[in-house]
Design a protein around this ligand. Structure first.
Ligand SMILES: NC(=O)c1ccc[n+]([C@@H]2O[C@H](COP(=O)([O-])OP(=O)(O)OC[C@H]3O[C@@H](n4cnc5c(N)ncnc54)[C@H](O)[C@@H]3O)[C@@H](O)[C@H]2O)c1
Ligand SMILES: O=C(O)C(=O)C[C@]1(C(=O)O)C=C[C@@H](O)C=C1
Length: 295
């Protein structure tokens, strides 16, 4: 059943939140005849099979990888190197290998060297997700109307790139091609810093003395509640994001700290105009995101 964008067999490495949602999307859009999960966690394998997300779930790369026209690696960024070492020897020429990692230079560095000649390595990142993990958190339609960023390495086969792009378009995503370094800079500000801020705010609240902490939960205002959703995101995934995008994240933390200090000064010295001007600018950004249908 292979046309320009569909595959006979797709191997999903790590059947967690993102690859499970992808499995639903591939089936819904008739883009794969057979789905196989290569997964180290027996519970995730059991759930994926029970939910009918995949046809087979195994921890044996020799069963999962050969014969797959597309391999999608959806594990935490820190596990990419280990996955590369395990799947590399079973990949055959013509297969497309992509991933869903939230950082791209580290994936090129860690997974790339394990991809044999003749196999098309096209790193990717769906800008879609939730705070949940594991196959039971699969979301039907997760990628519809969201960006799929692809960061092909130099010399990537144009036909393979177009085939993978078309698959994502048929799932409902908009595809953007980007340099991995640029990707990591942009995502440091739009995704990684917001998560770090959420972890910090909720961490500060949880460090309060007992009675205050109780009231934080009891009278939780909507601003704080929104942060708690983000701060409930997967600890392993986000540990790996910050460690593997260290330079870009440290750079935006520096700029953020300076901007926070400027607001701190404005509050201290009663500079209402400065505050109002800043809040007017940020409101316009929210409106632009809504207009771009990314809210
Ligand atoms: N959650 C999000 O919102 C989101 C969004 C976009 C991209 N991502 C990225 O996608 C990737 C997966 O994220 P997720 O949210 O699906 O995580 P998840 O924790 O839900 O799933 C990851 C799965 O990978 C498995 N795994 C770990 N090491 C493995 C190995 N060596 N071999 C086989 N399986 C292994 C785990 O057992 C788990 O089932 C991460 O790199 C993350 O940065 C996540
Ligand atoms: O909405 C959320 O819960 C997310 O955090 C999703 C989100 C993000 O938008 O920052 C998180 C990490 C990604 O790599 C891509 C998407």
């Amino acid at each position: 059943m292979t046309d320009e964008s569909s595959f006979d067999t797709v191997c999903l490495v790590g059947i967690g939140h993102i690859c499970a949602s992808l499995a639903v999307a591939l089936r819904r859009n008739g883009l794969a005849r057979r789905l196989v999960a290569l997964e180290i966690d027996p519970e995730a394998r059991r759930v994926a099979l029970e939910m009918g997300l995949v046809d087979e779930a195994t921890d044996d790369p020799a069963r999962a990888v050969p014969g797959a026209g597309l391999v999608v690696v959806g594990v935490p960024v820190g596990a990419m190197e280990q996955v590369g070492a395990v799947i590399g020897p079973h990949l055959t020429a013509g297969t497309i290998v992509t991933d869903t990692g939230s950082v791209k230079q580290a994936v090129v560095r860690d997974l790339g060297p394990h991809i044999p000649d003749g196999v098309h390595f096209i790193p990717g990142h769906p800008i879609a997700g939730t705070e949940h993990s594991g196959p039971s958190s699969a979301v039907d339609g997760l990628f519809v109307g969201r960006w799929q960023i692809l960061t092909p390495v130099p010399g990537t086969d144009e036909a393979a790139l177009e085939r993978l792009s078309e698959m994502w378009r048929r799932i409902g995503s908009d595809v953007e091609i980007m340099d991995p370094q640029h990707h990591d800079k942009v995502l440091a500000i739009t995704s990684h810093l917001p998560h770090l801020i959420a972890y910090t705010i909720v961490g500060t609240a949880s460090d309060l003395e007992g009675h205050l902490q109780h009231e934080v939960i009891k009278f939780s205002a909507s601003g704080f509640r929104d942060f708690t959703r983000i701060a409930a995101s997967d600890p392993v995934m986000w540990r790996d994001v910050f460690l593997s995008n260290r330079e870009a994240v440290l750079e935006v933390i520096q700029r953020f700290t300076e901007d926070l200090t400027a607001l701190q000064r404005a509050i201290r010295w009663g500079e209402g105009e400065t505050l109002q001007q800043k809040f007017t600018e940020t409101r316009a950004i929210r409106r632009a995101i809504i207009d771009a249908r990314q809210a």
